[in-house]
Design a protein around this ligand. Structure first.
Ligand SMILES: NC(=O)c1ccc[n+]([C@@H]2O[C@H](COP(=O)([O-])OP(=O)(O)OC[C@H]3O[C@@H](n4cnc5c(N)ncnc54)[C@H](O)[C@@H]3O)[C@@H](O)[C@H]2O)c1
Ligand SMILES: O=C(O)C(=O)C[C@]1(C(=O)O)C=C[C@@H](O)C=C1
Length: 367
């Protein structure tokens, strides 16, 4: 029986734990530690981990694998504490899930340990945080990057890959620097742009208070990630600062070209600009299965009064269908409102859809 210890049982730690438990079953014990004891006990009661410990030292004792699933700026200190702990097994594999790999790689070179460190980053996630958002299929069909240093024995990399088969992700290897440069372009910089775009739109609100209210699908799609955890993105931005500064400079040049294009007002050139981007965007493969969308959303058209919401939630309660989130979308005026119900499991969504339709409400899902 192998032991895996998750340090930090939030969205990513919880999702890795669920995937491991589902795949490896009773061949594996998952122990958890989190500095936030309420998260730790929640993870335990949701069955995300087999056992929680309020002591880091106790949690890592006996572990064959230790996953560090904490914010990037916290990783260095934690890595040292874990790798230099006398309670850590000789030859244990310590890995992390942080969104940047350069900083943690540098820190891992500052000390020697009988354990092995292999950096990791599953390229899937959500703008939501915490163990309640964890899902066993979050990484299915996503890329999972490993950044082993040259001195790490290949047998150890193979051992980690074998464990991670449980995630059903595509495991790839690259250097920490290559990783950070690539994710700056397709993850970190887009988060900066999304947040800046929200601020940009909001700055026009004083002139006209319709600005954010009128925001529809397009604006919401491109800015979803601006709802992510600010602390997590502060850490990522600081940790990938150099590549991000370069991205911003390149972007300024690109926006200058876009400015010229719009000012010139040449129809063919404008269409070509959109056509080129469409071709590239259409060619990016979407993950067919797995956790996209990260949650299962059901939309119900409801008359705009609270009694109906109570009726629907009571109905689902009777059938023991658990709802992760309820939200009233203010996109419709006057009579109809749209109620968004979020579920963790597709089966729950399907059952809820059937029940609500039988109660004569118009229900639809958007994938
Ligand atoms: N959210 C995403 O989309 C995503 C995707 C891939 C990787 N990541 C990376 O995964 C890591 C975790 O992110 P998350 O989204 O799971 O965040 P989260 O907030 O959901 O979970 C982080 C957990 O770590 C705990 N924690 C913080 N410092 C700790 C410490 N010193 N010791 C023990 N526990 C500690 C927190 O209490 C929290 O429960 C980050 O490094 C992030 O960059 C995030
Ligand atoms: O889907 C989201 O909300 C994410 O932002 C996930 C996302 C990304 O794709 O940029 C964010 C950070 C991680 O390091 C990996 C994945």
């Amino acid at each position: 029986m192998k032991q895996v210890t998750m340090i930090g049982v939030g969205l990513i730690g919880g999702s890795v734990a669920l995937a491991l438990k589902k795949f490896h079953g009773d061949q594996l014990t998952v122990v958890g530690f989190d500095q936030d004891f309420s998260q730790l006990h929640l993870a335990e009661s949701l069955g995300v981990i087999d056992r929680g410990s309020e002591s880091l030292e106790e949690a890592i004792e006996g572990a064959d694998f230790v996953f560090l699933c904490v914010p990037v700026q916290t990783l260095g200190e934690l890595l040292k504490d874990v790798m230099l702990s006398s309670r850590l097994k000789e030859g244990a594999i310590v890995t992390d899930v942080g969104s940047t790999k350069g900083d943690v790689a540098k820190i891992s070179q500052q000390f020697s340990s009988s354990a092995i460190f292999i950096g990791g980053h599953p390229m899937a996630g959500s703008h939501k945080s915490g163990v309640v958002a964890a899902q066993d299929r979050l990484f299915e069909n996503a890329y999972y990057v490993l950044t082993p240093e040259a001195h790490v024995p290949r047998s150890k990399v193979a051992e980690l890959k074998q464990l991670l088969v449980a995630t059903e992700a595509h495991i790839v290897e690259m250097t920490p620097e290559e990783h950070d440069q690539v994710v700056a372009t397709i993850s970190h910089f887009p988060h900066l742009v999304a947040s800046a775009l929200v601020g940009h739109a909001q700055s026009y609100e004083e002139e006209n208070d319709w600005v954010l209210r009128l925001a529809a699908g397009g604006f919401k799609d491109i800015t979803r990630i601006a709802s992510s955890n600010p602390r997590m993105w502060r850490d990522i931005t600081l940790s990938n600062q150099d590549f991000l500064v370069q991205q911003i400079k390149d972007w300024q040049k690109r926006m200058d070209q876009v400015l010229k294009l719009v000012e010139a007002g040449e129809p063919d050139q404008i269409e070509e600009f959109y056509a080129k981007s469409k071709l590239i965007r259409d060619g990016i493969a979407d993950r067919k299965r797995g956790a996209i969308p990260a949650f299962y959303d059901l939309y119900v058209d409801v008359p705009d009064h609270t009694g109906v919401i109570g009726q629907i939630t009571t109905l689902l309660g009777i059938y023991r269908i658990s709802i992760t989130n309820i939200e009233i979308l203010e996109t419709r005026e006057d009579i109809l409102g749209v109620l968004r119900l979020t579920f963790r499991h597709e089966e729950d969504l399907e059952k809820a859809k059937e029940l609500i339709e039988n109660a004569q409400y118009k229900v639809y899902r958007r994938d």
